[in-house]
Design a binder for this molecule. Structure first.
Ligand SMILES: Cc1cc2nc3c(=O)[nH]c(=O)nc-3n(C[C@H](O)[C@H](O)[C@H](O)COP(=O)(O)OP(=O)(O)OC[C@H]3O[C@@H](n4cnc5c(N)ncnc54)[C@H](O)[C@@H]3O)c2cc1C
Length: 391
């Protein structure tokens, strides 16, 4: 058997699963996706797509379609929560595109998913919705998924099934996701209801003690995506569809700069949701013979570096290239893991470290502010220089 006849089963039609199917198709490799939800839902918030992610989307020929929905921020600004002083900043826009060879876009998750889905359909890749995978198994010649619709045989399985991955549990046991002590609140605010000049065309991160606040435009600039990340104990619900109370949120940000208070005043309480943030420690190994993990199932991380989706996208490109390079898919999976593990573990750790650094107060915050510009640029370079399409 040559690798061109590989029959790949992907579990999960999230960003990771869809991009992987498209990268496999680009290499002439076949795959089918099994997704537990009856319909692909449009839940979720904004996603920042840094150049390391858009390089892959460009390789897949999707950037012009995506551009219909994205917003290109002009700068990254970290602001002091009280006096609005700039702690650190970095130009984005054309400068970043020139430097890293691909743009930095902000997009709503539903729009990204729509563009990926349309391309998946165009490529004739089959998505089996309403297929809940409840077990995986393998023998010397095949791998199998066991679903509510029956047993399916393939040559290999990619578990792109998110932070609560069944595949991870079946391969490596039940290491429960840990509550990180952080709760994320998110809302979408229509820009036309905001006072003029209240928000700049930037990705803005307000830093304060025990919490921070991220804002950027999505939906072609018509909506402002706000994510409020707050250290809060005693509430650990992970459901993305749990509504938040705007009065409670305002109380949490009492004493922060007037611009932020005004933004909360004009916000849209119906779009306010909250969920508790969980993560897991990095795994020692991802793959067993014909079964591997990808995206959040392999390396779930806090959103404090805005790289979770980007890492899943990079994974997809590298996995497809590894599978195309070996006639034995087991060797392809070893190659994939060896190319991805170090980078994703590093990013997982940096995101966890930011959870502490972003929320410092007092003297520690003053020290952080002194080095943040320099340190931020170095991290950006390491993240954005990477090109998963040429490895
Ligand atoms: C507040 C917040 C902000 C974020 N911001 C950013 C950002 O700006 N930039 C960025 O790059 N990342 C960001 N991320 C991270 C990013 O959203 C995730 O890392 C990314 O969506 C993971 O994609 P995935 O495909 O691995 O998993 P998921 O999106 O979780 O997809 C998993 C899929 O598998 C399906 N599934 C699960 N179990 C089964 C089963 N047993 N059988 C069949 N199907 C199954 C699920 O229904 C789902 O469709 C953010 C995350 C959060 C929480």
């Amino acid at each position: 058997m040559t690798n061109k006849t590989l029959n790949t089963i992907i579990i999960g039609a999230g960003i990771g699963g869809l991009v992987t199917a498209l990268c496999l198709a680009k290499k002439g490799l076949k795959s089918e996706i099994y997704e537990k939800t009856p319909e692909l839902s449009e839940l979720g918030a904004g996603v920042q797509l840094s150049p390391n992610a858009t390089k892959v989307l460009n390789y897949l020929g999707l950037l012009s379609e995506l551009r219909k929905y994205t917003f290109e921020p002009q700068a990254f600004k970290f602001l002091n929560y009280k006096n609005k002083n700039i702690i650190a900043e970095q130009n984005l826009g054309e400068e970043i595109e020139k430097k890293y060879g691909a743009p930095n876009y902000d997009v709503h998750r539903a729009d990204l998913q729509k563009v990926l889905l349309e391309e998946v359909k165009k490529q004739g890749i089959k998505i089996h919705t309403n297929s809940v995978v409840h077990d995986v198994s393998q023998d010397e010649i095949s791998a199998y998924i066991h679903t509510n619709q029956g047993k399916v045989e393939g040559d290999l399985i990619i578990g792109a099934d998110g932070i609560h991955s069944l595949v991870r549990k079946k391969l490596w046991g039940d290491d429960r996701a840990r509550f990180t002590g952080n709760v994320a609140w998110r809302m979408l605010v229509p820009v036309d209801r905001l006072p003029p000049n209240l928000v700049q065309p930037n990705t803005t991160v307000w830093l304060g003690p025990n919490k921070h606040f991220v804002q950027y435009h999505v939906k072609n600039g018509s909506m402002l995506n706000c994510v409020c990340l707050v250290e809060q104990e005693g509430w650990t619900n992970e459901n993305w569809a749990e509504r938040g109370n705007i009065e409670e949120l305002k109380e949490l940000y009492k004493g922060w700069h007037d611009s932020l208070q005004t933004l909360l005043e004009y916000s849209n309480p119906e779009s306010l949701y909250r969920w508790a943030l969980h993560d897991r420690l990095p795994l020692k190994q991802w793959s067993k013979k014909r079964i591997t993990l990808l995206g959040d199932s392999a390396h779930p991380m806090l959103p404090f570096l805005a790289q979770g989706a980007a890492m899943a996208i990079e994974d997809g490109a590298i996995l497809a290239s590894s599978l195309a390079s070996f006639s034995d898919c087991k060797l392809g999976l070893i190659d994939y893991e060896s190319k991805r593990k170090i980078r994703t573990t590093m990013v997982q750790k940096m995101a966890a470290r930011n959870a502490k650094i972003f929320h410092l107060s007092g003297l520690a915050a003053v020290m952080r502010n002194l080095v943040m510009n320099f340190a931020g640029k170095k991290i950006m370079n390491d993240l954005y220089n990477y090109d998963a399409t040429s490895i």
